[in-house]
Design a binder for this molecule. Structure first.
Ligand SMILES: *[C@@H]1O[C@H](CO)[C@@H](O)[C@H](O)[C@H]1NC(C)=O
Ligand SMILES: *[C@@H]1O[C@H](CO)[C@@H](O)[C@H](O)[C@H]1NC(C)=O
Ligand SMILES: CC(=O)N[C@H]1CO[C@H](CO)[C@@H](O)[C@@H]1O
Length: 944
């Protein structure tokens, strides 16, 4: 292993790019950076300087030998996290000094230089490729040298940026003669690298002039990832360095010679709309969610989502698998064991070692191997969870697994080091869950204050509304559902309003509601046919003088036994501490939590971030060239989303999948999310608009973000608005550079086609809505892009990362319930009086599998280090335009300042909702913009 080559590779590992057209069936057009840094010259001294600037050496460096040992297993991780980079820098320096002393290298350098000087009609270049490999195939990962280099089966052709092709009908840049990749020296390619460096020699003549792009064709069956091409000494120009995707042009400003290729590439990406798509395809197309159910299995029949008024839905990426024979409207599913092979456009599966694959893989393994085993285990020992202590024991002591064979088979089935962490070989309780943060410090997770606080600063802070009428009324059709108005009365609450009357409290914006009644009610009867028993709930809250909320009453409603038209049967519980009433109050809160966690997972998380984003991604790739400024703006925010969504259709949201098993509506879960999509309004996804709509804020031009919060200490909104505004400023600066006025927007045909397609093909069930921005002004473009970035970054983060810390403790935040409140005079009621813990546990469902699921994700995400967070990009050379780069720098600085502001607020006791009685700070919207990949912060995209 030549140390020199090793360092070379490490340099390259720090950059990022995009897949080249790799299927050998066509050609792709690439963009190119001029005058970039010297990262890829033979003088890698430049590089070492670069690295040292970015990341100062830590005081203690890992010894190189040690590094190498670790590397063989965790090479990818090492590349990506900060301490490792520092170590690499250290290593690099060491190697450089060796290189200088290496006479063979020097000789080669000299020869190369001579060739350049004597042979002017040739251009020497260096191509850097990455081989494709299977993430989960450990053997392959270890022995990368078995890669057969593509050698002469790959050709490259330069495309002139200055001269047209006289033989072509339309204007397109002159193509040079194909050149082949030259030899690949295996000794030069280190063990732990996926990157390969090749030489290439182009014939050059005046007609090519300065190349502006190149065409690459792969006639080999192996695919590879193209990183860079560097041309030495282009006559009349000098050095040219092509990093995939760093030039930006509006369609009308593209050099004429390249326009043809720009259009052709988009045609390629749109595909033909027919046939099954294969792994190497890069085609982006739309389809219905007709692949969740299985027509051949009576238990797995599910409606098609999308394409009907009953079940409207955003579109998903098309895979083109064969249709079902039994029901040709449905697409057949991939076998479970092949889940990871589900089609997504090749460029969407870019990063080979990343969180989403990991998590999907882990979840799949859990559900395939573990859950069935656990189910057997817990059926055998039904008395296992009779008391709250038993549950705590699970967290503190691990899950008891009596059967050693099971343990062994689990070990075999989890090839990944990280999952093995869960499976200790010492002692008989191997599954130890980290204690969820919410009960770590203090057991007051039960407290009413914490119950209420989490509506403002928990994992689902996006549902609570201001109360506008009392008692709350229903919009459900009385012909179908009878009287669904609330049965709460002033009597229930009047003594707890700080001396105000109900009307005064409402006028002063002191009353709030978490309303989970309206949408759930029509489904309760159906849900009642599953093993779930739950209520529709309305929770009334009062804003106290100290800025915290307290629950006043919870209304639990259930359909009338004799039919829907007779209206709801409701009961109203008010806070109680002792005896049966105290237990019933805790149960009432539990039913609210059940409803809230279902709504959170299905609507706030899946539908409002994952599902609605996918059509934007597809339309962006089909209609905006990679050269387009809006493509460039949005692209980092789309990373991994199609991949995780596709894996989700395979194992999470499918019939019988994880979602159905872990949220209370069971098999109706996805249907309900479709019904909820009817209410989705794109412009209301903007944070300020959302807050105003929910009655949590009022418009106020004097306030910093144009609105005034009615609960001043609403941490999600306070932090969110800062981030929202930072994104908006950045987007505005960026768009203003390319679009000097509204006409440029109107005349940008790619932009206009993009927007048409978002509406008509991506969200076609909503295409007639009048609220879609018209995309005629820069203001509309700025607002639209801000919303997209907000959804994919901060909004997703706010409703995603807190799941385990806030919801990992199923006693206070159950996700399922299996019976209603027992009636007076029944044996069940007696039990509730005598043994409240047991009665409580019989009502809520403690789901070992869901704890296991989220805790695994929790553990995995601690290890993930390849997220790129808001305010950062995976390469600093993402554009060559200086103004946007500067604006981006300002955005990063602003986020850093916000980080600081949040930290400061979190220190102040007076912001009670930031810490709550459980002493757990609200940090979900901390942007964490320090340089480096700390695994913290707001990721750019929905990637898990
Ligand atoms: C529910 O309340 C609204 C507003 O007070 C009222 O108009 C409506 O008639 C009530 N519905 C029923 C079915 O009583
Ligand atoms: C809910 O299910 C239970 C048990 O099957 C049944 O007795 C009850 O009538 C159902 N309630 C409604 C409203 O359908
Ligand atoms: C499925 C579900 O989550 N049920 C309801 C919970 O509460 C929200 C808020 O009103 C409803 O929209 C959901 O339908």
């Amino acid at each position: 292993m030549a140390p020199w080559a090793w360092t070379w590779d490490l340099c390259i590992a720090l950059l990022n790019g995009r897949f080249a057209r790799i299927d050998g069936r066509g050609s792709g057009c690439f963009r190119i950076a001029q005058g970039s840094t010297n990262l890829f010259t033979d003088q890698s001294e430049d590089f070492s300087v670069e690295i040292f600037q970015r990341s100062p050496l830590p005081a203690s460096c890992v010894a190189p030998e040690e590094l190498k040992q670790q590397s063989s297993l965790h090479a990818d991780l090492l590349w990506l996290d900060i301490p490792a980079i520092s170590v690499l820098a250290f290593e690099l320096k060491r190697c450089l000094s060796r290189k200088a002393a290496d006479p063979v290298m020097e000789e080669e350098d000299r020869n190369r230089r001579m060739r350049y000087e004597t042979d002017e009609r040739r251009i020497k270049g260096t191509v850097v490729l990455m081989k494709k490999k299977n993430l989960l195939n450990f053997e392959e990962r270890l022995d990368r040298r078995i890669f057969r280099p593509p050698d002469r089966k790959v050709s490259l052709q330069l495309i002139s940026a200055v001269n047209g092709d006289t033989d072509a009908k339309e204007l397109r840049g002159k193509l040079g003669k194909p050149a082949q990749l030259e030899g690949w020296n295996s000794a030069n390619t280190p063990l732990m690298s996926e990157y390969f460096t090749f030489s290439v020699t182009f014939d050059w003549d005046e007609e090519i002039g300065v190349p502006g792009a190149f065409l690459i064709n792969n006639y080999d069956y192996d695919e590879f990832y193209l990183k860079t091409l560097t041309l030495e000494a282009v006559p009349g120009h000098g050095r040219l360095h092509f990093i995939c995707n760093s030039w930006t042009y509006l369609p009308s400003r593209t050099p004429p010679a390249l326009q043809y290729y720009r259009g052709e590439e988009l045609v390629n990406l749109r595909g033909t709309g027919t046939g099954e798509l294969e792994e190497s395809d890069r085609v982006y197309d739309y389809d219905l969610y007709n692949d969740l159910g299985n027509p051949d299995n009576a238990n797995h029949l599910r409606p098609i989502l999308g394409g009907s008024t009953e079940f409207p839905y955003p579109r998903r990426g098309r895979t083109g698998r064969p249709l079902s024979r039994k029901d040709p409207r449905c697409e057949t599913r991939l076998p479970f064991s092949e889940s990871l092979k589900i089609y997504v456009p090749r460029d969407e599966r870019f990063s080979h070692f990343k969180m989403s694959d990991f998590a999907a893989y882990a979840l799949q393994s859990i559900f395939q191997f573990l859950i069935p085993e656990f189910e057997v285990l817990f059926d055998r020992t039904p008395s296992e969870l009779d008391t709250f202590e038993d549950l705590l024991e699970l967290f503190e002591g691990g899950i008891p697994i009596p059967d050693n064979n099971l343990l062994e088979s689990i070990r075999e089935k989890f090839p990944l080091e990280m999952i093995k962490e869960l499976l200790r070989s010492d002692g008989e309780r191997p599954f130890k869950f980290p204690l969820p943060q919410v009960i770590k410090e203090d057991k007051s997770a039960w407290a009413d204050e914490e119950f209420a606080r989490e509506m403002l600063a928990g994992v689902n802070p996006v549902v609570i509304c201001g109360l506008k009428e009392f008692p709350p009324t229903s919009k459900l059709d009385p012909k179908l559902y009878g009287n669904q108005n609330s049965s709460m009365t002033k009597e229930h609450i009047k003594d707890h309003l700080d001396g105000l009357t109900v009307d005064e409290a409402m006028e002063n914006n002191r009353l709030f509601i978490l309303d989970h009644h309206e949408a759930l009610m029509p489904y309760l009867r159906q849900i009642n046919t599953t093993s779930t028993r739950t209520y529709a709930t309305r929770t009334l809250l009062f804003l106290k003088r100290d800025g915290t909320l307290t629950p006043l009453a919870i209304e639990l409603s259930f359909p009338h036994d004799k039919g829907d038209q007779l209206g709801a049967v409701s009961r109203v519980q008010t806070p109680a501490e002792k005896g049966a009433e105290g237990t019933i109050w805790d149960l009432a809160k539990a039913y609210v939590a059940v409803n809230d966690s279902g709504y959170h997972q299905l609507v706030c998380h899946w539908l409002h971030t994952h599902a609605v984003t996918e059509p934007f991604i597809i339309a962006t790739n089909r209609q905006l060239s990679v050269l387009h400024p809006v493509y460039k703006l949005l692209h980092p925010h789309f990373r991994d989303t199609m991949n995780i969504n596709a894996l989700g259709r395979q194992t999470l949201i499918n019939a019988g999948g994880i979602l159905e098993r872990t949220v209370f509506p069971g098999k109706f879960a996805m249907e309900i999310s479709a019904v909820m999509y009817r209410d989705w309004v794109f412009p209301e996804q903007a944070l300020p608009a959302d807050l105003v709509k929910r009655g949590m804020a009022v418009e106020d031009s004097k306030s910093p973000h144009g609105i005034r919060l009615l609960i001043e200490a609403y941490p999600y909104a306070v932090d969110g608005l800062k981030i929202w505004s930072a994104i908006r400023t950045w987007v505005e600066d960026y768009c203003s550079f390319y679009y000097k006025n509204d006409e440029v927007i109107q005349e940008d045909h790619e932009l206009q086609s993009w927007w048409e397609e978002v509406k008509n093909k991506g969200h076609p069930d909503k295409k007639h809505e009048s609220w879609w921005p018209k995309m005629q002004t820069r203001e509309e473009l700025v607002e639209t892009c801000t919303i997209i970035i907000w959804i994919t970054s901060a909004l997703h983060e706010a409703v995603n990362v807190g799941q385990y810390p806030y919801r990992g403790y199923p006693l206070t935040r159950p996700a399922m319930s299996r019976r209603l409140i027992p009636k007076h005079g029944t044996p069940e009621y007696d039990e509730l009086e005598k043994d409240p813990e047991k009665a409580y546990l019989k009502t809520i469902t403690v789901q070992i599998q869901s704890i296991l699921g989220i805790s695994l994700i929790e553990i995995l995400s601690k290890h993930s280090s390849d997220e790129v967070v808001l305010g950062q990009r995976d390469t600093s050379e993402w554009t060559t335009d200086m103004e946007p780069l500067k604006a981006f720098g300002r955005f990063g600085k602003r986020l850093k300042a916000i980080e600081q502001e949040i930290t400061e607020m979190n220190k102040e006791e007076r912001y009670k909702n930031r810490i709550g009685p459980v002493r757990m700070l609200y940090t979900l919207l901390q942007p964490s913009t320090e340089l480096g990949l700390t695994g913290k912060g707001i990721p750019n995209s929905v990637s898990i």
